[in-house]
Design a protein around this ligand. Structure first.
Ligand code: FAD
Ligand code: NAD
Length: 426
């Protein structure tokens, strides 16, 4: 027994929501499309979980942030899917896929077959146990990947007002959660192994600006060390964390953000993998003609850099989904995905955007005291990446355009002096 659809989206996150909208725009008929998701709710804008969702006053709650409000598009509520004849199979994990037979098997025992499969399984948070630390299932240790995690974090946060939080990891989750916890008047200590925060992207100078800003908001930084074990009370709750440098930090709440792994396991041995993800071509098509992959799980050719990348950001999830659907529905019309990598974050009153690639030499510009500043990255004599904090809409658009043009740059000192004007006048 089973159901059959023309198109099946496996995964119900950001990419799934944007793909669904695009399918309707390209004329999918009622009954042709199905979305299967382990999560119990319709696709939503995941970035809200570390920002608006954690606010002490008027926090964001569903249905307000269903996709596709993050890109100022329609808000796709469960009613919208119903009205468009799209089958939402929620709270259902797919436990195996046979790409040769074009069939999925769900954990509830149902077989669903497809003509075209769009993989949008995203990624899972890495667990401390994978780094040899036990005990992260304690009720006051929180990860943050999905709505259930976010609800768990809010509950623990509310039970420890004015208490101590230890945030493990100095990447995106660590930085955004540390800010949200501080806004909730919780004493935050951020612990990470690198010499400065956001080591994958920031230069030491950029990182220094944010670290000083956070410190002024009361956040403490413990750098160059990692968590080695927890101390528990008699009820099994964590009460302190032990660090490799021998110190101990009291903790009413621990938030862990130590990276992710793409959810590829259903396809290992069936599809070609690369860079930890599922390899796709410029049409987001995998090594099997009937299977496409998008979002965090997809490793795709980034034309601008002439190499395959896997990106873990919402803009690429939205745009890769849209591109894959166009390639599926209008194969003759659609070209190769031509994507300019775009990352952003918003914490406290701060807001930055980054475009391109952070390789080569960094040239800083702007006024790091006034709060509008940035950096360009120059590789092999060309501009390849741009970062800007505190910019206007026009300024962000200008750095995006400049980066996409990859202009030659000869004099780095002059570029630093020109600063934003370089991008604004290109
Ligand atoms: P996801 O949105 O993760 O969706 C994957 C879906 O697949 C999930 O619903 C999952 O349950 C489902 N799934 C997986 N396996 C199965 C299975 N076997 N069966 C059924 N369902 C399955 N990016 C930014 O650029 N800016 C931000 O500010 C930002 N903030 C973020 C904040 C948080 C808290 C998090 C966690 C991420 C943030 N990101 C941000 C990253 C961004 O959200 C991701 O890049 C984006 O969600 C990727 O979309 P996706 O559809 O590929 O995966
Ligand atoms: P990340 O890769 O951004 O950062 C991981 C951090 O973990 C590293 O910076 C490092 O400090 C730390 N780390 C690694 N090993 C460790 C160890 N053994 N002990 C302690 N710390 C260790 O990953 P994340 O912050 O967990 O974010 C998860 C995902 O969510 C990423 O894909 C990210 O892109 C996405 N996200 C993006 C945004 C955004 O774009 N604004 C916001 C939130 C989340």
């Amino acid at each position: 027994m089973g159901r059959a659809f023309v198109y099946v989206i496996l995964g119900g996150g950001v990419a799934a929501g944007y793909a669904a909208l695009e399918f309707t725009r390209k004329g999918v008929s009622p009954g042709e499309l199905c979305i299967i998701s382990e999560e119990p709710v319709a696709p939503y804008e995941r970035p809200a979980l570390s920002k608006g969702f954690l606010l002490p006053e008027s926090p964001a709650r569903l249905p307000s942030f269903h996709t596709c409000v993050g890109a100022n598009e329609e808000r796709l509520t469960p009613k919208w899917y119903k009205e468009h004849g799209i089958e939402l199979v929620l709270g259902t994990r797919v436990k195996s896929v046979d790409v040769r037979r074009k069939k999925l098997l769900t954990a509830t025992g149902e077989t669903i077959s497809y003509k075209i499969l769009l993989i949008a399984t995203g990624a899972r948070a890495l667990k401390l146990e994978e780094f040899g630390v036990d005990g992260s299932e304690a009720e006051n240790v929180c990860y943050l990947r999905d709505l259930a995690d976010a609800n768990g974090l809010v509950n623990v946060m509310q039970s420890c007002s004015s208490g101590n939080a230890v945030v493990i990891g100095g990447g995106y989750i660590g930085m955004e959660c540390a800010a949200s916890l501080a806004i909730n008047k919780i004493n935050v200590t951020l612990v990470f192994p690198e010499v400065h925060c956001m080591a994958r992207l920031f230069t030491p100078k950029i990182a220094n600006y944010y670290e000083e800003y956070y410190q002024a908001k009361g956040v403490k930084f413990v750098k160059g060390t990692v968590l080695t074990s927890f101390e528990f009370d008699s009820s099994g709750k964590v009460m302190a964390v032990n660090l490799r440098d021998g110190s101990q930090l009291p903790a009413d709440l621990v938030v862990v953000g130590i990276g992710i792994r793409p959810n590829t396991s259903l396809f290992e041995g069936q599809l070609t993998l690369e860079k930890g993800g599922i390899k796709v071509n410029g049409k987001m098509q995998t090594s099997n003609d009937s299977v496409y992959a998008v979002g965090d799980v997809a490793a795709f050719p980034v034309k601008l850099f002439g190499e395959t990348r896997r990106l873990e950001h919402v803009d690429s999830a939205r745009k890769s989904a849209k591109h894959a659907v166009a390639a599926i529905m209008e194969p003759k019309k659609s070209g190769e995905f031509d994507y300019l990598p775009f990352f952003y974050s918003r914490v406290f009153g701060l807001s930055w955007q980054f475009y391109g690639d952070n390789v080569g030499e960094a040239v800083h510009f702007g006024d790091y005291l006034s709060g509008t500043f940035g950096a360009y990255w120059i590789s092999k004599g060309h501009l390849v990446g741009s970062f800007l904090e505190g910019g206007t809409k026009e300024e962000y658009e200008a750095i995006a355009k400049a980066t996409s043009l990859k202009p030659p740059v000869e004099d780095l000192a002059e570029l630093g002096q020109q600063g934003l004007n370089f991008a604004l006048t290109i």
